[in-house]
Design a protein around this ligand. Structure first.
Ligand SMILES: *Cc1c(COP(=O)(O)O)cnc(C)c1O
Length: 222
């Protein structure tokens, strides 16, 4: 596969599931891919890239600072990494602790636009996986919604792999319903970050606005 294929598939799935054209954004997950690979894909027109490990991301961000890239952080966040994340990324998809949200808000540089964040939900309640339980969502959102310099945009999840298309759709539908519930309570969330190489079609069927795709864009990771 290639990025052209993935763009085409996104367009095709938008049509197939009656989504508004261009309502699904591709985030190219460049973890364990080279700087050259990032630059190649950028030349084809891709602007949004995601990394999951800060130490790996920083040299890449710096090596690409002549390009107009938008960087997304999608990995587990250690408290001692929040300052660098707040400084070098435009989006953080994996916020799941109040302490992390507080620190990102405090440490987002004043001269930068608000940091866009998503709350990560552990939909399958898997142990050892990042994310809060769906039952904790409302209380958590309430705590972080008014923090300065960060803007709560939506929800993110990495459901466990399922092979059947209809089974893949179920967790994504849950995430969509959770966002609607919050919006009915006065939030203005506009982002559902869900779907990866194996399941982004199901995610688009259920309302994804950002799909995070690595392997299908770049090939297998190193
Ligand atoms: C690695 C990763 C992806 C992309 O996975 P692929 O299967 O290569 O598309 C998406 N989201 C997160 C959080 C990841 O860590």
């Amino acid at each position: 596969m290639s990025i052209n294929t993935v763009w085409q598939q996104i367009k095709q799935y938008e049509k197939e599931f009656s989504r508004i054209p261009d309502s699904v954004q591709l985030i190219a997950v460049s973890k364990r891919q080279s700087i050259d690979a990032i630059r190649d894909v950028y030349q084809l027109g891709q602007k949004h890239f995601a990394e999951n490990i800060l130490q790996e991301a920083l040299p890449k961000i710096s090596a690409c600072n002549d390009l107009a890239l938008v960087w997304h952080f999608i990995g587990h966040i250690q408290t001692n990494k929040t300052a660098a994340i707040a400084k070098h990324f435009a989006w953080v998809h994996s916020v799941d602790r109040e302490k992390v949200a507080n620190r990102l808000a405090e440490q987002r540089p004043q001269d930068m636009p608000d940091l866009n964040i998503c709350i990560q939900i552990n939909l399958d309640e898997e142990t050892n996986k990042s994310g809060i339980a769906l039952t904790e969502l409302e209380a958590f959102a309430e705590k972080i919604k008014d923090l300065p310099r960060i803007k709560l945009r939506g929800l993110m999840a990495v459901p466990k792999p399922r092979h059947d298309f209809d089974e893949q759709r179920k967790p994504f539908r849950k995430l969509n319903e959770a966002m609607i519930l919050l919006n009915n309570k006065g939030y203005a969330l506009d982002t559902l970050s869900m779907g990866m190489t194996q399941d982004f079609k199901a995610a688009i069927a259920e309302g994804a606005t950002m799909v995070r795709v690595g392997t299908a864009v770049f090939g297998a990771r190193q």
